[in-house]
Ligand binder design. Structure first.
Ligand SMILES: Cc1cc2nc3c(=O)[nH]c(=O)nc-3n(C[C@H](O)[C@H](O)[C@H](O)COP(=O)(O)OP(=O)(O)OC[C@H]3O[C@@H](n4cnc5c(N)ncnc54)[C@H](O)[C@@H]3O)c2cc1C
Length: 360
């Protein structure tokens, strides 16, 4: 839908962001009778859930991948949506590099008491399933929200393309991104600005890569594809073959300091490391995928001060609505349980859903 800047779209609730929080909230509100619009800056939905898939290749996760039985909000949602999960193949051994002057060692992995799981078909199956619950013409992609103002007892949300007028607005942006990207009138109180400025966006600095292969040679070599390295550039890596075990991949994390290199340079560094473990087989990849999350302007924004991983995630202040009760700050980083994770996103959506039901 291409509207002029003067277009005003009326809704009961505007959700900013079509990631897991925004789409879960829309799902919970599906029978509420309220008109809900979702405004999303990217051309795609999913936010930090981003699955890539080429023909005859496995799905490769550039964002969220794993969860466990303790993630009860996510597990309940998957069950409700009838989505299947399967255990991450860890194997019994891993390649471990302790330091650059010692050769890589094969180590035995301890018994995994808490196995991790992946969603069958890729994490995007969850996003695609939630999108089936969108009413027609209620998802507005490619719209970056820039400001939110109260106006005649309602709230006005402006993008570069059109204006939305609603009773309530829910932001699902990581709080630090909200602080840097969205102006509000009345302004966000100083204590909240301080908190947002020091709230870490989980995985916002990470670099993820995936290499797809026709054969899982890493299993033949007596290892499992699991790698832990203190020297890098690949710090962790895992087998990423599909549930059916028909398409094969390795997927891992690169040390975030390599964000400024070119894609080709990163690929060459990864291959050089994998050749140390697997010889020339490493070069038989069919595709290379990567995502440098620091360069994703709708996830990451630079911090002014040093912020630790998960710092202020789940801070109770995020449960106080702003703008006289019209603006809710949701999103995984605001959740009271497992903030930063997919489970936190679902928990946060459930919490806002309850608030909206009580107040509208
Ligand atoms: C590399 C990586 C690996 C991860 N691995 C795991 C894992 O294994 N397990 C796990 O549980 N979690 C993992 N996570 C975390 C998980 O992805 C997040 O917790 C979850 O997806 C957050 O969902 P959200 O909807 O709260 O936020 P987001 O997904 O960040 O959604 C926010 C949305 O807002 C949009 N947006 C931003 N700015 C604007 C604007 N101005 N106007 C309109 N829209 C805007 C964004 O485009 C985005 O779609 C990982 C994350 C990353 C990046």
């Amino acid at each position: 839908m291409d509207n002029n800047i003067n277009d005003r779209i009326q809704a009961d609730i505007v959700i900013i962001g079509a990631g897991l929080t925004g789409l879960s909230l829309n799902y919970f509100l599906r029978n509420s009778g309220l008109r809900v619009c979702i405004v999303e800056a990217r051309e795609r939905a999913g936010g930090r859930i981003c699955t890539v898939k080429e023909k005859n290749e496995p799905t490769v996760e550039m964002g969220a991948t794993w969860f466990g039985p303790k993630h009860q909000n996510l597990v309940a949602l998957l069950r409700e949506l009838k989505l299947e999960a399967f255990p991450q193949h860890m194997g019994t051994t891993a390649i471990y590099e302790y330091m650059s002057t010692s050769p890589p060692q094969m180590v035995r992995l301890p018994e995994n008491e808490e196995p991790t799981y992946r969603i069958r078909g890729g994490t995007h199956v969850l996003i695609n399933t939630l999108m089936q619950y969108l009413e027609k013409d209620t998802l507005f992609n490619g719209r970056e929200v820039r400001d939110i103002k109260t106006e005649n007892g309602q709230v006005r949300i402006t993008t570069g393309k059109e204006t939305f007028v609603a009773k309530k607005v829910v932001s699902t942006l990581p709080p630090h991104l909200f602080l840097n990207k969205i102006q509000t009138d009345p302004p966000v109180p100083e204590n909240m600005r301080e908190l947002m400025g020091l709230t870490h966006t989980w995985m916002g600095e990470s670099i993820k890569f995936g290499l797809t292969y026709k054969t899982p040679f890493w299993k033949r070599e007596g290892s499992s594809g699991t790698v832990f390295s203190n020297t890098g550039p690949v710090t962790e890596m895992y087998d990423h073959s599909d549930f059916e075990d028909e398409h094969y991949a390795l997927k891992g994390f690169l040390n975030g300091v390599y964000y400024s290199l070119s894609k080709e340079e990163r690929l060459e560094m990864i291959l050089a490391q994998l050749r140390r473990y697997y010889g020339k087989s490493a070069d038989t990849y069919t595709n290379y995928h990567e995502c440098v999350w620091t360069k994703e302007a709708f996830t990451h924004s630079p911090y002014e001060r040093h912020v630790l991983p998960h710092q202020n995630n789940g801070h109770p202040e995020y449960r106080q609505p702003l703008m006289s009760g019209k603006l809710y700050l949701a999103g995984s980083e605001t959740a009271s349980q497992f903030p930063g994770y997919m489970d936190g996103a679902v928990e946060s959506a459930k919490w806002v859903y309850q608030q909206l039901c009580d107040s509208l």
